[in-house]
Design a protein around this ligand. Structure first.
Ligand SMILES: [Zn+2]
Length: 138
């Protein structure tokens, strides 16, 4: 699946390697631009908003809103259906991930979610859980 969410080849500075190393340790990091102060994700060497080269890693709150949700149909022996969601973090960046812990059909646009890092095939990846109750308010 090639699209805008696919990470580019690692540019100078190894920011993608640092990001992945943090995920492998269970820590989700995004970047914040030292120039325009906007959040940046996926990690990159230059700010996509203003071109500034000073991007600092920071841990996001992890809360966000489902922007789009799809169900990818798979046979049961392949692991069954899987949810693919675009999530807008409250910091203002969008990422492709999945919402876990509920049937695919229960994931809807606008739902509040919280990020969690899981280890998958030896690599840390970000997934989301639905927020319910107080935490579900934007
Ligand atoms: Zn910037």
């Amino acid at each position: 699946m090639q699209d805008a969410m696919t990470p580019p080849l690692d540019p100078a500075g190894g920011v993608l390697a640092r990001h992945q190393a943090a995920l492998n340790d269970g820590t989700f990091l995004i970047q914040r631009c030292g120039g325009c102060r906007k959040a940046v994700y996926f990690p990159r060497a230059l700010c996509p908003h203003c071109g500034h080269g000073e991007l600092a890693f920071e841990a996001p709150q992890g809360t966000g809103t489902v922007y789009a949700a799809t169900t990818v149909r798979r046979k049961a022996e392949a692991g069954g259906d899987v949810n693919v969601s675009l999530v807008d973090l409250d910091e203002g960046v969008r990422l492709m991930s999945r919402v876990e812990g509920v049937p695919c059909s229960d994931v809807r646009i606008g739902q509040r979610v919280k990020a969690r890092v899981v280890q998958q095939n030896g690599q840390g990846v970000v997934v989301f859980d639905l927020l319910v109750g107080e935490g579900a308010k934007a």
